[in-house]
Design a protein around this ligand. Structure first.
Ligand code: ZN
Length: 213
């Protein structure tokens, strides 16, 4: 069983996804890291993506799905996958579902639910370590990174409320209809993301358990 992980920025999706993957031995397909490593490869596709990303644009649906397919080709049929960062749009969702069908894979969506209000609060309060890029939530009270003692800073695009709101509205407009689709076909697990982090993890692990037995 494959899982598509959904969650607004600030929901802790990345961290929770890693824990879910560890618990159920899922192979993580993280679109962001995939794009970064393809860019680093310096191939023709890498250069194409680099131009798109550096221009501040989103990579087109066909390219995104192409990357997912080349990943799936290398995965054994009995290895479960956790998709993070794909699909972001309805077109991507339709194409990804068709792809999973083609490879005879079964999929469920898991949503870490968080209100826009809480997301904005968390995003504008969080700080980042300039050295190791670790992200620290508002409740972390030290001023330096726990790993390397570098003073923490607020990321520039997080300090600007308008840019945070803009990122969230993309999710609202493009990704929410995709989540609704999985709800409509009875393939959506919802986890309450307003809770403290360990409780989110516990609820998620518990609710996903039946998919992997
Ligand atoms: Zn650090």
């Amino acid at each position: 069983m494959d899982i598509i992980l959904f969650g607004i920025q600030g929901s802790g999706k990345g961290t929770q996804g890693k824990l879910l993957a560890e618990r159920y031995h899922l192979h993580v397909f993280d679109m962001g890291s995939q794009l970064r490593s393809i860019i680093e490869s310096g191939t023709e596709l890498g250069n194409k993506i680099k131009t798109i990303v550096e221009g501040g644009h989103l990579v087109d649906d066909d390219t995104v799905v192409e990357i997912a397919e080349s990943f799936l080709r290398g995965i054994s049929p009995d290895q479960s996958v956790l998709f993070d960062g794909i699909p972001r749009t309805q077109t991507q969702s339709e194409k990804l579902e068709a792809l999973l069908k083609k490879y005879q894979r079964d999929v469920f969506a898991l949503l870490i639910e968080l209100s826009q209000e809480t997301a904005i609060k968390r995003l504008t309060e969080r700080r980042i370590c300039p050295t190791c890029k670790a992200i620290y939530p508002g409740f972390y009270k030290q001023d330096v990174c726990a790993d390397d003692q570098t003073p923490l800073v607020i990321r520039q695009d997080d300090s600007d409320l308008e840019s945070v709101k803009q990122r969230l509205s993309h999710y609202e407009n493009e990704t929410k209809p995709v989540i609704q689709h999985f709800y409509d076909i009875d393939r959506l697990i919802k986890v309450d993301g307003e809770q403290i982090i360990p409780d989110v993890t516990e609820e998620m692990i518990e609710k996903a358990a039946y998919l992997f037995t």
